[in-house]
Design a binder for this molecule. Structure first.
Ligand SMILES: Nc1ncnc2c1ncn2[C@@H]1O[C@H](COP(=O)(O)OP(=O)(O)OP(=O)(O)O)[C@@H](O)[C@H]1O
Length: 257
């Protein structure tokens, strides 16, 4: 008789597996024995208060900071590889603070990001009609939300196995936060996403799974909604009240570890 495991669909295998990941910056342990998996579909949120190591975890995954531990992409070990090779394997990275080339036009920013022989220009044009209209505008003169769209579009031009997206709604007006969230929801239909996000309303809208960090360590993993609906967990790990969480207020800034 066959087992349930044999009947598990192929997509049940995680696209990313991190095991015992540790990293230090300037002598400080910023990521400590972190283990989690990211499913091959949908959005998984990486949560935690300010300074708990979310960005460092993402940077450690792609080798931007020295680390120890196992990183597996689609079942293959990648932790010994250089960052550019990890990116070439299909890890798209959308860094915090957008990092567009401000002295280049929108079109030039996008062209520079094209890695594949057949970049997915049509998808990007469908998802970002506003960018098409602004193709000749200097990226440095775009609003924060528009720059975020450029940053997301650059990652989506290539066929990736996973996107690592760091705080895409940070500093944006509420209406623009909604637009970025809607775009992420569309993007997630084409690629799984590990999303660092402080706005719990956005997490509630988008994320299926949640990995919660505190002090560089994983303190909770599970379904995002289960976490968001648990007042005790929210208070303990994010330092906000359930009221604030259910109304989508961002995680309290500057909260102590
Ligand atoms: N270049 C650096 N030099 C020294 N310390 C750093 C550096 N980068 C990060 N750190 C420290 O590492 C710890 C984790 O930072 P990290 O940016 O990963 O946290 P985070 O959870 O992403 O925070 P935030 O939500 O505020 O972006 C913090 O204590 C931070 O001060």
């Amino acid at each position: 008789m066959s087992t349930a495991a044999e009947h598990r669909p192929a997509e049940a295998a995680p696209i990313l597996r991190v095991e015992g990941l540790s990293a230090r910056i300037a002598g400080q342990q910023v990521v400590e024995d972190v283990s989690f998996t990211v499913p091959a579909t949908g959005i998984t949120a990486l949560l935690g208060r300010n300074g708990v190591g979310k960005t460092s975890t993402i940077k450690a995954i792609i080798g931007l900071i020295d680390r120890t531990g196992v990183v597996e992409l689609a079942g293959e070990r990648i932790e010994k590889e250089a960052t550019f090779k990890i990116i070439q394997r299909g890890v798209g990275y959308v860094p915090e603070d957008r990092e567009v080339f401000s002295g280049l036009t929108v079109a030039e920013n996008l062209r520079l990001a094209e890695r594949d022989a057949s970049p997915r220009r049509q998808l990007v044009e469908e998802l970002f009609p506003d960018l098409l209209a602004r193709a000749g505008q200097m990226a440095g003169t775009l609003s924060g939300g528009q720059q975020q769209m450029v940053s997301l579009a650059r990652a989506l031009l290539n066929t990736n196995k996973i996107l690592l997206v760091d705080e895409p709604t940070k500093g944006l007006a509420p209406k623009i936060v909604g637009e970025v969230a809607d775009t992420l929801a569309e993007a997630a239909k084409t690629v799984p996403i590990l999303l660092v996000e402080q706005n719990l309303h956005v997490v509630r809208q988008l994320a299926e799974g949640a990995v919660v960090l505190s002090g560089g360590r994983v303190v909770h993993t599970g379904r995002a909604l289960d976490f968001l609906d648990d007042a005790g967990l929210i208070h303990r790990h994010l330092g906000v009240s359930t009221d604030a969480a259910s109304h989508g207020d961002p995680v309290e800034k500057g909260a102590a570890l």
